[in-house]
Design a protein. Sequence first.
Length: 360
Amino acid sequence: MALFSKKSEGMVGVDISSTGIKLVELARSRSGFELVAMAMIPLPRDAIVENTIIDSTAVTQALVEAVEQARPGSRNVALAVSGNAVIIKTITVPAITEFELEPQIEFEADQHVPYDIDDVFLDFHIQGLNAEEPEKMDVVLVACKREVVEDYQLVLSKAGLHVKCMDCAVFALENAAEITDEHEPAIVGDDTPPDEDAEVHALVNIGANMMNINVLINGRMAFVRDQFFGGQNLTEEIQKEHGLSYQEAEALKLERFSDISPEALERFYSGLTSELVRSLDFYSASKAEFPVRKLYISGGSALIPNIATELEQRLGIDSIVLNPMKNIKVAGRKFDVEQLQRIGPMLMVPIGLALRNFDA
């Protein structure tokens, strides 16, 4: 679903997080997709806090560096928002066409969005007929704070880039999962209600301080949630336990992981598990008959050694690290193939955004 989209030829995925810029450009190949351009540029700490751009100069400069490093073939961008900047709800309305629903969407949004409608951008996607009431249909309603979108548009434009698709991180995550071997996308036009054997899994993208969760039933979105928790929490636990500065704790996490105190790791995993259980409990409140059977983990924190095993043991749910780079062709003469394969799990969102260029 290309939310807030202005379809255009040529588009790159740009993921702007609290820790850095990730830019990805893809092309179609005979076997699927090929990496054309790629850049990862770090941001100063606190340049972006909870989706709010604090240091626009630093963000603009990082974007300029990303473009100079990657040299993408297009300056058109697909960008994602997440966290408290966006509200995503599935609503049920009488079955009508998209054309008929469009003029009514503001009225529907007014019932579900806790902001003034004039202060948000709205979009929607019709999922299909409702399983329990076939005369009605399920619609994904998305509202994003206008000021957040405009702030990101401004820094991108200063870097010579143009926003053509404003997406949500949880949907970009789903888009990237569709090119992996593990995830089965929903069958277009299939409105058959799920049964007890339905395939139910959760895409869990754990970044530095944001976790995106998207639960799918037979490949169709059933629940989404963003939470402020991530690898930064582990860094802070290392700081406390080892008496280090933030930079020293980050270096220990990335370069000497085996030296981290078991107590710091335990506190991190305890917090991560609690956050996941809280989200899965929210999901189960309305979908108890469809328990999550698998976790597909991605994001920078998916690179933490043995994280899938830890979560599987603590949650009792099969857990797998998802790597979209396994199915993307990479030219060895242009890129470090081994490095890209290693960090593939942290590229889920920018790859999902880059794939928007090929939406029908």
